[in-house]
Design a protein around this ligand. Sequence first.
Ligand code: FDP
Length: 326
Amino acid sequence: MTQAPFITTVERHFLERKGRNPHATPEFSWLLSGITLATKTIAAQVQRAGLLEIMGKTGRTNVQGEEVQKLDEFANEMLVRCLGYRGNIGILVSEEDEEPHVIQEAESGKYIVLFDPLDGSSNINANVSIGTIFSILERRSRSDAKDVMGHILQPGSRQVAAGYVVYGSSTVLAYTAGEGVHMFTLDPSIGAYLLAQENIRMPRAGRIYSVNEAYANSFPDGIQRYLEWAKETGQYSSRYIGSLVADFHRTLISGGVFIYPGTKKAPHGKLRLLYEANPLAFLAEQAGGVATDGENRILDKQPKTMHERTPLIIGSKDEVKRVLSF
Ligand code: FDP
């Protein structure tokens, strides 16, 4: 008699989708284990950051013009190393690197992994939650293997899987492969992510808005009107951690809306389409939520460049609808 598994890891959970999801193969599970290994190592480093003298800046700025923190660099290196030798990965794209890492052009390298190694890193020194976000695409079939950008620049609707890890009071991993959103908690005593909750649903409504109101004067008129209205009702709370991944995690669980629109300083928004907005939009939709740039569904956007930015309004279905109605 076979017994129900005592513990369910991310890899096992995904493999159990065999027959329902064409990617639920041991090879894909091997890819996922590259992500779980890297993020467990990052989690350990984040927890000991103060002891290891890896807080603070490296003195470099990245392709986004942002100051690179030592932990940013560590997280990036860890993901590139852990994923670089997984046989089925062809291309890696990181927020930290201007150019993609082409691991192999052969068809066997059929997956492309795009990631923000340490999101919210300006919060590191203040001991506030930060995270890793990842998106997985499949190399386009019948396309020229050497056309690297052609494989990378695909709309988010073509993602095979996506997820994030929040390094907070506990380390939590959430992923979707197009059949709901599933959440795991890292058990540090055994070094494994264990299934915490399957098929998470984002509340349909939620009276929390999450936005950097310091820029409110340069937000589009509609967003300014929404914020004025929300305040007048006296029924809203404002929560803004300043780490997208942590703000999204709260929105997924408690509902509400996260808004980062275009501003005077960043007319196209600040967040990156391929490895921030797309993966979170995939998760949001799979949990019953919505993600838009104010005009278009995030997952329909055809990217033009690898580090492209986008405005983002993401969260509970009814609340996003309300924001768009102003
Ligand atoms: P950070 O610069 O600290 O890495 O995408 C980057 C990001 O953080 C998001 O995590 C966060 O939501 C946003 O920028 C915060 O930007 P503002 O400081 O402009 O609000």
